[in-house]
Design a protein around this ligand. Structure first.
Ligand code: ATP
Ligand code: MG
Length: 503
């Protein structure tokens, strides 16, 4: 690409980074220009987050050089990075949940009441936060306690915080994985504003459509190595995928060969006590993959949660093979043969200090019982199955789960639930944060379960995924079921129309 040197904001040259047993970065380079959005792409575990953490001073790089506006820099911690105009929105949110929005916003740099006195001014903090949030059109009261807000709003606060440092470079590491559709649009308008101001934006996401929409340039990494940088206008989605996985991916969805059996799960008039869910009825067969479509807030997640006993039920009946099951709480549901993969896996699913084996085996301990003992050998065998089936990138089973890349952590949790061999598997956004290649493997596992006669119900915001994987799709709108469609014949438009029915 032909641009003046003065346009270059950031240049990372031949960056190396090793972790015990892993060469996470092997001579990776990246050039980011002023006023552009630079997408960083690669499979789960390719090294994207690690490269950004080396820039941001979270990790010390083992080799290579970083230049910011031509000047060599090496930040020892994130505070130094922020002071020098580099901000980052991390893949994993790390917020003080018991504190308010404004306290989180100014943590580590509380505004002083007077320059010469060590007092913080609550009033100034409130005013400044309010001003910032309203400039960005984020509708949140600065005094709200973080824990009281949905993840998507917490994510918007994090984004506002990164913007508030007035940085030259802002890194967004999978910012949209927990945002609603309207918030994604909102984020894109904030990014466009930052681009117009001349900032350099580094944008990491597994959502291909987003990349082509928002970015100017794309750099692809694979296995800790730099592969290529292309102009986003000149590259196609297929080409990016080929560079990412290093081979041709001919199909994005595996072939369906499973046979659908007798009616198995029946849900009648399900109405939640507090959540937005009213009078939902449907049935699902053995060996059927039932998709649930709908906009955010349409009651998709609430439906799964209510079936699983995570939220109070006002009325309704659930039967499995003609027998009523009450599923009053998750324990009872698991006993009845249900499993739920939650949408918020990072918050509700991961035991960070435990290793992969423990994280995998924890929900299927009965499988490993031999008399009064648990057989470690059996656990190893099942964990190996999970690692192989989803190509989880890890040096060993004893690796702590928190050292895995974000997408690989998700795969471990999915493996945990698949191993419980449930009769009814409830999946909430099963492929969120998962790269394109690994998605295929996960679809294959879902199809295998169906072929074994299990009933799978999956919520997804990605319409092509629902149409590609499911047999039938029910559509939610405003907490109610607005329609049903055969996945073989349905079109995206048809489903969108149903999704908007009571919205
Ligand atoms: N703190 C750590 N300790 C040990 N290994 C690590 C650590 N952080 C990352 N790794 C390893 O480095 C490699 C790259 O991980 P990284 O998180 O950068 O991937 P990524 O491209 O961001 O993937 P994803 O799309 O899943 O987020 C992985 O193999 C990961 O296991
Ligand atoms: Mg990552």
């Amino acid at each position: 690409m032909d641009t003046k040197n003065s346009d270059i904001l950031l240049r990372m040259e031949s960056i190396d980074k090793n972790f015990p047993g892993v060469k996470a970065l092997d001579g990776v380079s990246l050039t980011v220009r002023k006023g552009t959005v630079h997408a960083l792409m690669g499979e789960n575990g390719a090294g994207k987050s690690t490269l950004m953490k080396c820039l941001f001073g979270v990790y010390a790089k083992d080799g290579g050089k970083i230049f910011l506006e031509g000047r060599e820099v090496s930040f020892r911690n994130s505070k130094e990075a922020l002071e020098n105009g580099v901000a980052m929105v991390h893949q994993e949110l790390n917020q003080a949940l018991k504190r308010s929005v404004m306290e989180n916003m100014w943590l580590g740099r509380f505004p002083k009441a007077f320059d010469f006195l060590p007092f913080t001014s609550e009033k100034k903090m409130y005013e400044d936060t309010k001003k910032l949030l309203s400039e960005l059109h984020i509708n949140v009261d600065p005094k709200t306690i973080m824990a009281k807000m949905p993840v998507s709003q917490r994510q918007m606060v994090e984004i506002a915080k990164a913007v508030s440092y007035d940085s030259k470079i802002i890194v967004f590491d999978e910012p949209t994985s927990s945002l609603t559709e309207t918030e994604v649009e909102h984020l894109f308008s904030i990014i466009n504003m930052l681009r117009d101001r001349g900032c350099g934006i580094i944008y990491i996401s597994h959502k291909m459509e987003e990349i082509l929409r928002i970015s100017d340039e794309v750099t692809v990494m694979r296995d800790g190595k730099y592969i290529a940088t292309k102009s986003a206008k000149e590259i196609t989605m297929d080409e990016i995928i080929r560079l990412m996985v290093g081979r041709e991916l001919t199909n994005r969805y595996p072939e369906k060969v499973h046979e659908i059996g007798e009616e198995w799960l029946k849900v009648e008039g399900l109405t939640a006590e507090y959540a937005k869910l009213s009078d939902v009825s449907f049935s699902a067969r053995k060996g059927e993959i039932l998709g649930i479509a709908g906009l955010d807030g349409s009651g998709r997640t609430e439906l799964l949660e209510n079936i699983f006993g995570l939220s109070a039920r006002r009325s309704g009946k659930i039967t499995l093979g003609g027998k009523e099951v009450r599923n009053r709480n998750p324990r009872e549901s698991i006993r009845n043969g249900f499993a739920l993969l939650t949408e918020e896996r990072r918050a509700t699913g991961i035991f960070g200090i435990l290793d992969i084996l423990e994280n995998t085996a924890i929900s299927s301990l009965d499988r490993y019982r031999t008399g009064p003992f648990l057989s470690k050998k059996k656990m190893r065998k099942c964990t190996k199955w999970s690692i192989d089936a989803m190509r989880i990138k890890t040096p060993s089973q004893e690796t702590k789960i928190r050292t895995l890349s974000g997408g690989n952590q998700q795969k471990v949790i999915l493996g945990r639930w698949l191993l419980t061999e449930p009769d009814v598997l409830l999946l909430d956004e099963p492929t969120r944060g998962i790269d394109v290649g690994a998605k295929y493997e996960i679809y294959q596992l879902i199809l295998d379960l169906a072929a074994k006669g299990k009933t799978v119900i999956m919520v997804s915001s990605e319409m092509p995924e629902l149409l590609g994987v499911c047999d039938r799709i029910i559509v939610m709108s405003g907490g109610r079921k607005s329609g049903e469609a055969d996945a073989k014949t349905a079109t995206q438009e048809e489903i969108m129309t149903l999704a908007a029915k009571f919205a």
